[in-house]
Ligand binder design. Structure first.
Ligand SMILES: *Cc1c(COP(=O)(O)O)cnc(C)c1O
Length: 359
């Protein structure tokens, strides 16, 4: 059985060395005599795994000492509630940039706990650009300002952060974390479901500045309080042990590769291969405003639904899988996360050229 080039938006491709290591250690981890899946989360062996994962993430992202790293469950979607439950109580208000479906969902959830101010939206053009953020529309009294750094469905990303002054910036980085250099100190909270760029589904990483912890609304369920998880080293209850273990293997792979600066260069190279072709093709077109193009998720269309379907079907038969676009955009989408090799993108473009020639 041969592995395909998997362009899935998530869960998505993982680095082969990480999967191989997991396979080797599946039945017996180190000298423990058991699989990581079978271990007590309070065991010495597991403690080393979770602490190792945190240390690696801190090193790779340059996370300052006054930030906590939490390994939680419930996906990024739970953070749509957890962020307001823990942060909005300060003034009862929060600012949101609406750049896609995930941002909309985050704002909708926050509106259950406080007053949401939509600073800008790009919904008028199916979210194919990042709207201009006009500072005069920012609420200086907001408890936080929420953005979605990379919009997985539409293929846009913020290339410049809004200047929010003393208002903490909160970002959903589910589909771009670890893909390019980020100055963590510019953010109050960064959160990301692991299954796009870090590991398997089941673990959600939250990076939070310490002074933002401990102000949860009274109604906040215990499991949704950042202080509970921070005070217990993400071990208030059983963490998603195996997902955190795989995350650690992925971080080790990333470190071996040269860390985030090296990864960013590779990601820029991959994205350029596909965008350059899209810009020169007479058949395929990118759907996003050029200056806001994502490095991770690249939607494209032919302009003809039947031709799109034919392309997706033929691509799949040749081992280019999961190229169907999100139902709200249609067409195709190639998600080229960290673990997608340059060769995978190059091979896809070769096939696209051949498809264009024949059709
Ligand atoms: C996938 C995704 C989500 C949803 O993540 P879950 O872990 O399924 O809750 C939220 N935000 C962004 C940007 C995503 O890409």
């Amino acid at each position: 059985m041969q592995r395909v080039y998997n362009f899935s938006a998530g869960p998505s491709v993982l680095p082969e060395p990480a999967l191989q290591k997991a396979a080797e250690e599946m039945l017996c981890y180190g000298t423990s005599g058991m699989s990581v899946m079978e271990m007590s989360h309070r065991s010495k062996a597991y403690e080393a795994i979770i602490q190792g994962a945190e240390a690696l993430l801190r090193e790779l992202m340059g996370i300052p000492a006054n930030y906590k790293v939490l390994f939680l469950q419930g996906g990024a979607s739970s953070q749509f509630a957890m962020v307001p439950l823990n942060l909005i109580g300060k003034t009862g208000k929060a600012d949101f940039a609406i750049t896609g479906m995930w941002a909309k969902k985050a704002a909708q959830e926050a509106a259950r706990y406080g007053q949401v101010n939509k600073v800008a939206s790009s919904e008028d053009a199916v979210f194919n650009y990042i709207p201009e953020l006009d500072k005069s529309k920012f609420d200086p009294d907001a408890s936080y300002f929420h953005i979605t750094s990379n919009n997985t469905i539409y293929g846009t990303r913020f290339t410049m952060l809004p200047d929010t002054g003393n208002v903490p910036l909160v970002s959903d980085m589910s589909s771009c974390i670890l893909s390019e250099a980020v100055d963590v100190s510019k953010f109050g909270v960064i959160y990301a479901g692991a299954q796009k760029n870090m590991g398997p589904a089941g673990v959600t990483v939250v990076i939070i500045r310490e002074d933002l912890i401990g102000n949860a609304l009274d109604c906040t369920p215990t499991m949704f309080k950042y202080d509970i998880h921070a005070d217990n080293g993400s071990m208030y209850n059983t963490p998603p042990t195996y997902a955190i273990y795989i995350l650690k293997l992925v971080l080790e792979w990333l470190k071996d590769l040269g860390g985030i600066p090296a990864m960013q260069k590779i990601n820029e190279e991959k994205a350029a291969i596909l965008y350059d072709y899209l810009d020169s093709s007479a058949m395929f077109k990118g759907t996003v405003v050029k200056k806001d193009r994502s490095l991770m998720n690249i939607p494209f269309v032919t302009g003809d639904d039947a031709l799109n379907d034919k392309f997706i079907k033929e691509a799949k038969a040749l081992g280019f899988d999961n190229l169907k676009g999100h139902r709200s955009v249609g067409g195709m989408r190639a998600s080229i996360y960290n673990a997608m090799p340059v060769a995978g993108v190059a091979a896809l473009v070769e096939f696209m050229k051949e498809f264009e020639r024949v059709n």
